[in-house]
Design a protein around this ligand. Structure first.
Ligand SMILES: Nc1ncnc2c1ncn2[C@@H]1O[C@H](COP(=O)(O)OP(=O)(O)O)[C@@H](O)[C@H]1O
Ligand SMILES: [Mg+2]
Length: 187
């Protein structure tokens, strides 16, 4: 039976997301598969930018929404950064993504796939990273001061794009469960 372990982290601002990504980059090994999920703007590409920097990639990592696949070979491990946003699941098999984790035609590295929910065939083992903006109900908003309504309007406007995220790390398979254990003890 395959092992699954899930941990949920709270990033109260961008720097925490970046620190989580950097820590993960320090412990990944050849052949690691990372599946990134979360809505537009949840932070998948942002996560990969810090991850890439911590792998030793000095080229700025950009969103592969249009290029589909970007390869970076200057870091500690090759990084294959993929974005399936523009594809239908039926178009994904023609990309032959499995070539990136077979280790024959490409040197083994880290394969990171944004919009991984579009994969028609999910790899057997992986680390899934699910980013989301916490939902806010009126009960967990700041108490409102009824005498200061004008000010309140401005604040509400600014809060339309919050800076906090829930980050779930889900390990599927013994090797990824071990990776998560290391992640939790890494300095
Ligand atoms: N805590 C946070 N974690 C990640 N991104 C954040 C956070 N706070 C604000 N942001 C911002 O949210 C946006 C995420 O965009 P992006 O990474 O392109 O999302 P995605 O690739 O998931 O569509 C960026 O502008 C980033 O600076
Ligand atoms: Mg993106």
């Amino acid at each position: 039976m395959t092992e699954t372990v899930k941990i949920e982290l709270y990033a109260n601002h961008l720097g925490i997301t970046q620190a989580i990504a950097s820590r993960l980059a320090q412990i990944v090994t050849e052949g690691t598969i990372i599946l990134l999920e979360g809505n537009l703007g949840s932070g998948k590409t942002t996560f990969m930018q810090s991850f890439g920097r911590a792998l030793g990639i000095s080229t700025t990592i950009t969103s592969p929404t249009f290029t589909l696949i970007d390869e970076y070979t200057e870091g500690r491990l090759p990084l294959y950064h993929i974005d399936l946003y523009r594809l239908e699941p039926s178009q994904v098999p023609s990309l032959h993504l499995e070539e990136y984790w077979r280790g024959k035609d490409f040197p083994l590295g880290v394969v990171a796939i944004e919009w991984a929910s579009k994969l028609p065939n999910v790899p057997l083992n992986y680390l899934k990273i699910d980013l989301s903006v916490p939902t806010r109900s009126p009960s967990n908003e700041q108490p409102k001061n009824p005498e200061n309504l004008d000010l309140l309007l401005d604040e509400d406007f600014l809060e339309d794009f919050p800076d906090d995220r829930i980050i779930q790390l889900i390990a599927q398979g013994a090797q990824y469960v071990e990776l998560l254990k290391q992640f939790q003890t890494a300095k």
